[in-house]
Design a protein around this ligand. Structure first.
Ligand SMILES: [Ca+2]
Ligand SMILES: [Ca+2]
Length: 211
């Protein structure tokens, strides 16, 4: 293998790995956890489900696994208990939040009229989505598209007693590869390249000895 071909080959491999690595989507479907679970401090899915702001009746909101209602997958989904209008979710590393399915929850007079998502990085808000207003009995995809964030807050419009209820399902995000792991990958590939070169040389040398 010529040197140029080797380098081209390695670049193609590296390009493919870099293209593939960020696209390992994680889908949180809430179907493997009991209905009625308060997700605060549960660590469900390896994520930090935060308590929310005060919702209806002066009660503190939280992420609550619920069914039946309007799930997208399986039977379960997550809802904002007491209609909490600000509920946070934190990630162990930076992620790209792709989106989630949203639907109505509970009594029709309590359905929120819209949700939007705030993205945070290292404690600062870096972006916010537009309002998603398709909140009804048909669960639909909300493209959130917040990249390189380590925390999000889902905000809903209050409609009753200070609360605005919704159901969320199939929450989807992609971990962002850390620069250190990409460097490790680079060194690994460079090492593999050297190994391939050494292996390629051996038969050549042997052939030369035979000639
Ligand atoms: Ca589900
Ligand atoms: Ca809908």
């Amino acid at each position: 293998m010529g040197k140029r071909i080797q380098i081209a080959f390695l670049l193609v491999v590296l390009g493919n790995i870099m293209a593939i690595a960020p696209s390992v989507a994680v889908v949180v479907n809430f179907d493997d956890i009991a209905v009625g679970t308060n997700l605060t401090a549960s660590g469900y899915g390896g994520l930090a489900w935060e308590p929310g702001n005060t919702g209806a009746g002066g009660n503190q909101g939280y992420w609550l696994v619920e069914a039946p209602g309007y799930p997208h997958s399986g039977r379960n989904f997550v809802m904002n208990a007491y209609g909490s209008t600000l509920l946070g979710l934190a990630f162990p590393t930076q992620v790209n939040v792709t989106g989630a399915y949203f639907a109505a929850q509970g009594n029709p007079i309590a359905w929120t009229t819209g949700v939007r998502v705030h993205g945070y990085r290292a404690g600062s808000e870096v972006a916010v989505t537009d309002w998603f207003t398709d909140i009804d009995t048909q669960s639909d995809w909300f493209t959130i598209g917040l990249n390189n964030v380590d925390r999000i807050v889902v905000e809903s419009v209050p409609v009753k007693d200070g609360g605005g209820w919704y159901a969320m399902d199939d929450f989807t995000y992609e971990p962002v590869p850390e620069p250190s792991s990409m460097l490790t990958l680079l060194f690994g590939i460079a090492g593999a390249g050297g190994f391939i070169r050494r292996r390629a040389r051996v038969p050549l040398l042997q052939n030369q000895h035979r000639q």
